[in-house]
Design a binder for this molecule. Structure first.
Ligand SMILES: C[S@@+](CC[C@H](N)C(=O)[O-])C[C@H]1O[C@@H](n2cnc3c(N)ncnc32)[C@H](O)[C@@H]1O
Length: 352
């Protein structure tokens, strides 16, 4: 979270002091933070001290990194109430990002709420891969399928001026949330919002299609952290029996179009299947990109051959980095980490 513009720790401390003078009960920021962390710990939150810090920073309007500077400030009654309410929400295992209403993604701060999935760090890789694909394919149109908060569409548009972007989602509430982000970030003239089931009805001529669609197998949903399973939209998570229900359909649709390239995020143990689906759909040389945890995470392919050093005609997908190129289900020397990981997110952690 970023500090309120122009607001210094000293100014915020003065505000807190005034609040106390107006007659609220006196509680020091350090004590409030300590009590909130204890409450979150009792509620089973994985990172109670960190989360209490972020929530206090949010309430005070300062960067969480500056919160320790505040330890001796007296919270105003309003700040106390707001902090109590925020901690109570977090103790219900509501993700921090929904409580604060914000999430950082690449260079952007997005507004998020329960209408949309909280953008994950591993999806930043999808943006990186697509920026490179744009250079290789010279495409000037990006179609973000399953746009959610608009994180990917906004990042692509912001990082590549001149690019036209279509942000599509089947969920009307998600599209409304994305529209707010697009407006707030000043990208309305570059990003068109479309309601679509997959890419049905969208013009994909020459486009780069990128998608972070639901990919959690339905029977794994109850095993996810409460922050995910209780709070994030099921429509954003549920990928059907094998997790690939929506992705499979969208790849088939993209295959029938004149899209120039496509990139899909998926779970590590799905990468090989997604690569095969792309090959069958007319994208002959898929490349699997590992995330920061070295798990296969993004599968990308162009209609035409992309420059890659060691792929022959009809060769299997190229796994970059550490990612193992072994059959699914086998636990080779690298261990079961990638092949056996059916977690939706690289770290397996819930969003804070
Ligand atoms: C995993 S979320 C990703 C959101 C966003 N792209 C991100 O990375 O933060 C998946 C999104 O796909 C949308 N979705 C699910 N099924 C869809 C479908 N058949 N067609 C289009 N969008 C769909 C959901 O509404 C949700 O917003």
């Amino acid at each position: 979270m970023t500090a309120a513009p122009g607001r210094t720790a000293a100014a915020a401390r003065r505000t807190a002091g005034r609040g106390a003078a107006q007659g609220g009960g006196r509680i020091l920021a350090a004590d409030a933070r300590y009590a909130a962390a204890a409450r979150l710990r009792r509620a089973g939150v994985a990172s109670p001290a960190l989360d209490a810090n972020v929530l206090l920073g949010h309430v005070l309007g300062v960067d969480p990194a500056d919160v320790p500077l505040w330890r001796n400030a007296v919270l105003s009654p309003a700040q106390r109430r707001a902090f109590d309410a925020a901690a109570a929400r977090r103790a219900q295992r509501e993700p921090v990002a929904y409580v604060t209403g914000r999430r950082a993604f690449r260079n952007l701060t997005l507004q998020v709420d329960r209408r949309v999935l909280i953008p994950r760090p591993e999806s930043e890789l999808l943006v990186e891969v697509c920026l490179r694909l744009l250079d290789e394919t010279a495409s000037r149109l990006v179609v973000d399928v399953g746009a959610g908060s608009g994180a990917l569409a906004c990042a692509m548009a912001q990082e590549r001026p001149g690019l036209r972007v279509c942000a599509a989602d089947v969920s009307r509430p998600a599209l409304r949330a994305a529209a707010a982000n697009v407006r707030r970030l000043g990208l309305s003239d570059r990003i068109r919002l479309c309601r679509a089931d997959g890419v049905r009805g969208l013009d994909l001529d020459g486009a780069l299609v990128l998608a972070n669609l639901p990919y959690v197998p339905s029977d794994l949903l109850p095993d996810l952290a409460p922050e995910v399973s209780r709070w994030e939209p099921r429509l954003a998570l549920d990928g059907g029996a094998d997790g690939l229900h929506v992705i499979r359909r969208v790849i088939a649709q993209v295959g029938r179009s004149r899209a120039r390239a496509a990139a899909f995020e998926c779970a590590p143990d799905q990468a090989r299947r997604v690569a095969a689906l792309l090959q069958s759909a007319g994208f002959p040389h898929p490349i699997v990109h590992p995330d920061l945890a070295a798990c296969p995470r993004v599968v990308a392919a162009a209609r035409l051959r992309m420059p890659s050093p060691c792929q022959g005609e009809g060769s299997p997908p190229l796994f970059l980095g550490d990612a193992p190129a072994r059959p699914e289900g086998s636990h080779g020397p690298a261990g079961p980490r990638a092949a056996g990981t059916a977690r939706p997110f690289a770290s397996g952690r819930a969003p804070r």
